[in-house]
Design a protein around this ligand. Structure first.
Ligand code: NAP
Length: 289
């Protein structure tokens, strides 16, 4: 307990909330900041401190974790007037666990280095359930020494953490796995729609998929939503659109990418951005498959 670093946590959304709770449960001293203050209540009720700004949070903590929507949110929290870089704080370690462009991680790593602070990117694979269970897969990029400092935190949040290389490499790995997630989700949606249109029941096609070699974690996890035709966000569709766009910007030019990217972008335009990724099936249902 004595040797545990003090942790600051910024971003208490679908992922940040359960992750921060796990650190608190594991006995870390935790201070939180969320832009929308009422989302802090669950954590402060459970014993966390609260800061009025990222700058104030920095004063109380050795390690500061950000778990925010996208590149702009992360840059905002680092670079705004009362942001993480607004005052010198040499030796502090920042860990950004949001999914952002590899270029953003490289940019922030350089900026932190100039300010004598340390930056590690650590995006995660796994959604809300693994975040609650502490079984995420953590994809770290930065300096090896910082990874070692972050390891006790990663051991609570994940079942596996991997040090993959310099800043940007972790983000690239995250974009790669989310490309495969997109392919799985769209593949499952198209398979179900095709089968149902030809007289197979939803339940039967899902049983066939899940009992076959094609059944996997994604198909099993998303089956209940498809059966109930109800898609509360575990991983919001708008975030996958962001990740596919980031992968495209990072040079992913595969044969399947254009169709995948177009489908999810159109589904978002259709108003499905705040629903789960699996809600893409509602958009695809309107196309003829
Ligand atoms: P979320 O529920 O949308 O939460 C986003 C968080 O970012 C909220 O705390 C929000 O604050 C904050 N935020 C947004 N813009 C901000 C700004 N300009 N300044 C300060 N705070 C800002 O997202 P999530 O699902 O937790 O995902 C977080 C990150 O993890 C994303 O990069 C996502 O791609 C990635 N990820 C998500 C999943 C998943 O299954 N959900 C899985 C793996 C990775 P407010 O409360 O004020 O809006």
């Amino acid at each position: 307990m004595m040797n545990k670093p003090t942790i600051g946590w910024i971003g208490l959304g679908n992922m940040g909330n359960p992750m921060a709770k796990n650190l608190l449960k594991a006995g870390f001293e935790l201070t939180v900041f969320n832009r929308t203050k009422n989302k802090e209540k669950e954590l402060t009720d459970a014993g966390a401190g609260s800061a009025q700004s990222p700058q104030e949070l920095l004063e109380h903590c050795d390690i500061i974790v950000t778990m925010l929507s996208d590149d702009n949110a992360v840059k905002d929290v680092f670079e705004s007037a009362n942001g993480l870089l607004s005052k010198p704080a040499p030796g502090k370690l920042f860990i950004d666990m949001s999914t952002v462009a590899p270029a953003t991680s490289i940019y922030l790593a350089e900026l932190c280095k100039k300010n004598k602070m340390n930056f590690l990117e650590a995006p995660v694979s796994g959604s809300v359930k693994p975040a609650q269970d502490g079984t995420l897969i953590i994809l770290a990029g930065g300096a090896a020494a910082d990874y070692e400092k972050a390891k006790p935190v990663f051991d609570i949040l994940g079942k596996l953490s991997l040090f993959l290389g310099g800043a940007g490499v972790g983000s690239s790995a995250k974009l790669a796995i989310n490309y495969l997630l997109g392919l799985n989700v769209e593949g499952l949606a198209e398979t179900v729609l095709f089968a149902v249109r030809h007289g197979v029941s939803k339940q039967d096609i899902l049983t066939i998929v899940n009992e076959s070699a094609c059944g996997n974690g994604v198909t099993k996890l998303k089956s209940a939503s498809i059966l109930n035709d109800d898609y509360p966000a575990a991983f919001a569709l708008k975030h996958l659109v962001k990740d596919l766009n980031l992968a495209k910007d990072a040079g992913l030019q595969s044969p399947l990418m254009p169709g995948l990217n177009e489908t999810f972008n159109n589904a978002k335009k259709d108003g499905l951005g705040d629903e789960d990724v699996m809600a893409v099936i509602k958009y695809l249902k309107k196309q003829t498959i």
